[in-house]
Design a protein. Structure first.
Length: 301
């Protein structure tokens, strides 16, 4: 154990000189590595006490035990990273004949399902703005567009009037990587947009007039932060307890489409995902919601 502690200290000196790590990070590295040593992961060579082997077969059991004791996967990934870097250093300095960790992957993080609003909550949110006021009419149109299209907030604030085609009910959206896609909006979103464009937007235009679809009362294009603020304000007044953001509306859009039988590839196109695997997370959300509803309402759930 003493030789392991000595090597750990030498390793920490080396990474401090190489990366200039903070004292707290170095202390975390030391705790991680000494913890693995105490768990019996390092096996000394009887013929050469300065050389070690890694009992890799013990590692899954050690990690599983830490999970049972309440350790998080994020913490275990950091510990694994510390261990793998230490083993690479031992191998480089001839203290480790074989490094079995070089090809091992860290514990995977559980895939977080995106939060979504129920259809009832979305309806309440859309109905919250006071459409008898210019500000409320703009906010209603904005919310309708976000929920009808599933676009990102950055895509919403980038829309300009030439991107709109009211006759065909389409909007040109510029997504990640500068890729354009045509997105349908639906009758209700188009109706509220038309009221916004024919009314308050015309009165708020400054000089020179902005091409942005959604503008402030000063005639300037809305920022992403302003959109977030307006949505949060509506959500608070609605009484929705969970945090609400433009991205949660995007998640809700995709999940509700799948709930109502939409094809996954169609949802992929509407969201502007380059990879279908990115869209598949919403199938897990839909399945989780169905399971929850079954447990809640079925007499034998």
């Amino acid at each position: 154990m003493a030789i392991v502690e000595t090597l750990v200290d030498q390793f920490l000196d080396a990474v401090w000189a190489e990366d200039g790590l903070a004292e707290s990070t170095l202390a975390a590295y030391r705790n991680d590595l000494i913890g693995f040593a105490r768990s019996g992961l390092f096996v000394s060579d009887d013929s050469n006490t300065a050389c070690f082997e890694i009992d890799a077969a013990r590692l899954p059991g050690i990690l599983a035990s830490r999970i049972r004791d309440g350790g998080s996967v994020t913490t275990l990934r950091r510990q694994f990273s510390s261990l793998r870097r230490f083993c690479a250093w031992l191998r480089m300095h001839g203290r480790l004949s074989i490094d079995p960790l070089a090809t091992l992957e860290p514990p995977s993080l559980p895939r977080r399902l995106p939060g979504v609003l129920s259809e009832v909550e979305v309806e309440a949110l859309l109905n919250m703005p006071d459409t008898d006021t210019p500000l409320g009419l703009r906010d209603r149109a904005m919310l309708e567009v976000l929920y009808a299209s599933g676009m990102r907030v950055s895509e919403l604030t980038a829309i300009e009037m030439p991107d709109m085609n009211f006759r065909q009910g389409l909007v040109r959206v510029t997504g990640k990587g500068g890729k354009d896609r045509l997105t349908p909006l639906g009758e209700q979103a188009l109706d509220w947009l038309q009221q916004w464009c024919d009314g308050p937007r015309r009165h708020w235009l400054g000089q020179p007039p902005s091409d942005a679809l959604f503008i402030s009362s000063r005639g300037t294009a809305l920022t992403r932060q302003a959109v977030w603020h307006r949505i949060r304000a509506c959500a608070v007044r609605t009484g929705i307890t969970s945090p609400v953001s433009p991205h949660k509306l995007r998640h809700s859009f995709a999940t509700h489409l799948l709930d109502h039988g939409a094809d996954l590839r169609v949802v992929q196109l509407l969201l502007g995902h380059a990879d279908l695997a990115t869209t598949q997370i919403y199938t897990h959300v839909a399945n989780a919601r169905m399971k929850s509803l079954h447990e809640q309402h079925h007499p034998r759930g």
